[in-house]
Design a protein around this ligand. Structure first.
Ligand SMILES: CC1(C)CN=C(N2CCN(c3ncnc4sc(C(F)(F)C(F)(F)F)cc34)CC2)S1
Length: 496
């Protein structure tokens, strides 16, 4: 009867109450190394209970944060609480889904998945703030009937695991989640909503999203999770935030320890964002004997290039953000140029607001801040004298221009042009002249397009004077467009 209670039965009652981080890590390790598959419901309830008690209404008196051995103290997670919630989830799922109606037992069907999604969906609180923190776990679902969009997708996969369907897995893009199922995992189904004010497409395959080349569906290169990678997703989704400005240290430490456990077991190698999350945590509090966070950010980018045809943007914006925070501005420019080389392959659609905001912040906040900071310096090694920096910036802006080409939704507007022109005009003509634009034509042959320094900025004579009016700005855009029209694909290389 209770074969699927295996997850719980195996759990050694003696492990409870779970008092500290090592106890939780032991539970995860035992689940990840157990012969069957890790129990998603059990693990999500446990970490959800800890996160909730340490970040929401801190009912517990703030205990001495570490015990005598420096381990962060956690609120004791009682066996009977965990078991009650676990049993409740099983009862909800098995009570609502009459398996005899769904033919094949071996593989899930679209109808079954839609039914599980409906059970979760229809049991959510009518209206609540969907973007709130701490709504990602089954603890939130079972105690408050609230889930965020990731949480709904995760709950559907956990529900299908309860029903014994080992073919249903979580599929993750950089801003959306859905499920794959069936023989060879070839079928896809929407199970949750995305963004605000969009009709949900639950039950439908994700095909059209891939065809439209929108970033939301990462050109058909999503992270397809195994059970342990679904554990990595729930661990990545742990949110240590106490409020907008501070975090619960013990929750962040727990997330970091669990991510290292998953990393050591090899379950992050195909999951760039999880590696990025771990790198962010390591940047704040480095673990002794572990690779430096800079190496982890690089690993995330390499994973995306190796397993996902370099169609993911976030590994490069994780890396660029790190370099920016550490004032490694040339390295930041290179990462952001690499991010733009990814987005140029997509067509910007209305569902892609998140990545639009990401590029907008880089182009109109971070790069202008860097230009301001370095302008005051007078070092000969200034990035303003470095043609490679100019080349990285051109590749960055050109990637965004190409993103717009062929898109149903415009990307650029005057708000982009001013910082863009301001940045480019900080590089003198003699520096710009050192950048050679290599064009790759349709047939793969290469030709040097117009040399950038020949396209003196209209309205100026020696290319040195600054731009004044809006017409000048529009003229520059036209010049850039013209330059980009000359070549099908531009690679900006600086000559050595
Ligand atoms: C460079 C950044 C701006 C820093 N944090 C970033 N994150 C934080 C972590 N994050 C993630 N980290 C691990 N896994 C996932 S699965 C996912 C999602 F597909 F969008 C979902 F499921 F719809 F929410 C998001 C996400 C989203 C991206 S990107």
């Amino acid at each position: 009867l209770n074969c699927d209670m295996a997850g719980f039965r195996e759990v050694d009652r003696r492990q409870f109450p779970l008092q500290d981080i090592p106890a939780i890590v032991r539970l995860f390790k035992q689940q990840l190394e157990s012969v069957s598959e890790p129990d998603l419901a059990l693990l999500s309830i446990v970490v959800g209970a800890i996160e909730n008690s340490l970040t929401c209404n801190r009912t517990i008196t703030v205990q001495k944060e570490t015990d005598t051995f420096g381990e962060a103290k956690l609120p004791a997670i009682e066996y009977h609480i965990t078991e009650a919630l676990y049993t409740k989830f099983h009862a909800i799922i098995k009570g609502a889904v009459d398996l005899s109606q769904y033919g094949s037992k071996k593989f899930a069907s679209r109808e079954l998945i839609k039914k599980v999604s409906d059970v979760i969906w229809n049991s959510l609180t009518r209206s609540y703030y969907k973007d709130r923190a701490h709504l990602q776990s089954l603890y939130s679902y079972l105690t408050g009937n609230k889930l965020d969009c990731f949480g709904v997708a995760f709950a559907v996969v956990a529900g299908c695991q309860v029903l014994g369907f080992r073919d249903v897995h979580l599929a993750l893009s950089e801003d959306h989640a859905w499920v794959v199922f069936g023989e060879g995992g070839k079928e896809t189904a929407e199970v949750t909503w995305h963004g605000k004010g969009n009709e949900d497409k639950r039950g439908q395959p994700i095909g059209p999203g891939v065809v439209s080349k929108s970033w939301l569906y990462v050109n058909g290169c999503p992270v397809i999770c195994t059970r342990p990678m679904e554990v990595a997703a729930l661990v990545s989704a742990i949110n240590p935030s106490l409020n907008a400005t501070s975090e619960a240290m013990e929750v962040a430490l727990l997330q970091q320890e669990l991510l290292w456990l998953l990393y050591d077991l090899g379950h992050l190698s195909h999951y760039p964002m999880a590696i990025g999350n771990l790198s962010d945590l390591e940047e704040v509090s480095p673990s002794p004997g572990r690779p430096p966070c800079a190496a982890l950010f690089q690993e995330a980018a390499t994973s995306a290039r190796t397993y996902y045809r370099n169609q993911h943007v976030y590994p490069y914006t994780y890396q660029g953000g790190y370099f920016y925070r550490h004032k490694l501005y040339k390295e930041a420019f290179e990462s952001w140029a690499n991010a733009a080389d990814v987005i140029r392959l997509y067509n910007y659609s209305r569902d892609d607001e998140e990545i639009y905001k990401e590029f907008l912040e880089i182009a109109n906040e971070l790069i202008p801040h860097i230009m301001k900071v370095v302008s005051s310096g007078h070092s000969a090694r200034s990035i303003l004298k470095d043609p490679e920096c100019f080349a990285y910036l051109l590749r960055f802006y050109d990637g965004i221009c190409q993103w717009e080409e062929g898109s149903p939704t415009p990307v650029l507007h005057i708000g982009w042009a001013k910082p863009l022109v301001n940045t480019i005009s900080k590089f003198d003509a003699d520096v710009r002249a050192q950048v050679v634009i290599i064009c790759q034509n349709e047939d793969g042959t290469e030709s040097t397009g117009e040399n950038v320094s020949d396209t003196t900025v209209p309205g100026t004579t020696d290319g040195k004077s600054k731009l004044k009016s809006e017409d000048d700005v529009n003229a520059v855009i036209a010049a850039l467009d013209e330059a980009s029209d000359d070549c099908d694909k531009q690679k900006y290389l600086s000559n050595e």
